[in-house]
Write a protein that binds this ligand. Structure first.
Ligand SMILES: Nc1ncnc2c1ncn2[C@@H]1O[C@H](COP(=O)(O)OP(=O)(O)OP(=O)(O)O)[C@@H](O)[C@H]1O
Length: 246
C-alpha cells in the first residue's frame, strides 16, 4: 500500500528533514510512525500525501506513483492533519454533505454517504452541531469522518489522539481498529504516545534525524523485558530535541 525508496526532503535553507527513507506498508496494516520532535515524521507524511514534493527518491502510494500520478494517489487516500479542519460554526452534517458533493457525489448519494460515516464513527445525533459544540473526542471523530467520505483505501492520521483524555483515546482506537476490520482500511499514523503505538499498531517505524532507525512489531522491539518507552529512548537517546534546535 506504501512503498518508498530513498525518499528525501531538503528544505530551502538546507535543512535535511528526511534523508533517504525506505518504507513498506502492506494492505490492511495499522502502522505507527514514531520519532522525537523534529525527527521528520510530518515531513514524511506530507510527502506521502502529495502535499510536499520530495527532493529525491521514489514512492508508490495506494497503487500509484507519488510523483507521476499524484492525482490518483489523492483519490485513494484520506489525510487527517494534526490540527484537523472542522468548522467551529457550521453544522457538521451539512459540511460533510458539501464535502461529499465536492468529491463528485450527487446530493442524494452524498446524504447516504454522510449517514454511513456518521454511523461508522458513532456520531449520529451530533450532525446538527458545529465544531465549537463538541468534545475533543467528538471533534477528532468528525475530522476522521471528513477523511473517509471518499472511501479511501489508505488513511493517514497525524497525531490523532493528542490532547484527548484516556477514555476518548481508547474510544478512538476502537474506531480505528473497526475501520480496518470492517472496511479493510490501511492506517498509517504518527503518535507521541508509546502506549498507543503498543496497543493499536501492528508494526512501528521509528524515525530519528530523518532516517528510519528501527522497525518491527511492538513485541519484536520490546526485547529484554523493556517497555516501549525504554526502547524508544535507547534508540533515539535521552537529549531534548526542540531545545537543541535539531
Ligand atoms: N518548511 C520548513 N522549512 C524548513 N525546515 C522545516 C520545515 N518544515 C520542517 N522543517 C524542519 O524539518 C525537520 C523535521 O520536521 P518535522 O515537522 O517533519 O518533524 P516531526 O517529526 O513531525 O516533529 P514533531 O513531532 O515536532 O511534529 C525539523 O528540523 C524542522 O524544523
Amino acid at each position: 500500500m506504501i512503498k518508498t525508496a530513498g525518499l528525501s526532503k531538503t528544505f530551502e535553507g538546507g535543512v535535511e528533514a528526511v534523508k533517504g527513507v525506505d518504507i513498506s506498508v502492506a494492505a490492511g496494516e495499522i502502522v505507527g510512525f514514531l520519532g522525537p520532535n523534529g525527527a521528520g515524521k510530518t515531513t514524511t507524511m506530507r510527502m506521502l500525501t502529495t502535499l510536499l514534493r520530495p527532493t529525491s527518491g521514489t514512492a508508490t502510494v495506494a497503487g500509484h506513483d507519488l510523483l507521476a500520478d499524484a492525482r490518483e494517489v489523492r483519490r485513494r487516500i484520506g489525510y487527517v492533519s494534526q490540527s484537523g479542519g472542522i468548522s467551529p460554526f457550521a453544522p457538521l452534517g451539512e459540511e460533510l454533505e458539501l464535502q461529499a458533493m465536492l468529491y463528485g457525489l450527487p446530493r442524494a448519494e452524498a446524504g447516504t454517504r454522510v449517514s454511513e460515516v456518521l454511523a461508522q464513527l458513532d456520531l449520529k445525533g451530533l450532525e446538527t452541531r458545529p465544531g465549537a459544540a463538541l468534545s475533543g473526542g467528538q471533534s477528532r471523530r468528525f475530522d476522521i469522518a471528513f477523511g473517509l467520505l471518499h472511501r479511501p483505501a489508505l488513511l493517514f492520521l497525524d497525531e490523532p489522539t493528542t490532547g484527548l483524555d484516556p477514555q476518548s483515546r481508547a474510544n478512538l482506537w476502537e474506531h480505528i481498529r473497526a475501520l480496518r476490520a470492517e472496511h479493510g482500511v490501511t492506517v498509517f499514523l504518527t503518535t507521541h504516545y508509546l502506549d498507543e503505538a503498543d496497543a493499536l499498531c501492528d508494526r512501528l517505524l521509528i524515525i530519528d534525524h530523518g532516517r528510519i532507525v528501527a522497525e518491527g512489531a511492538p513485541a519484536e522491539l520490546k526485547t529484554g523485558g523493556r517497555t516501549l518507552d525504554d526502547v524508544f529512548l535507547d534508540i533515539t537517546g535521552r537529549s531534548l530535541r526542540e531545545e537543541a534546535g535539531v
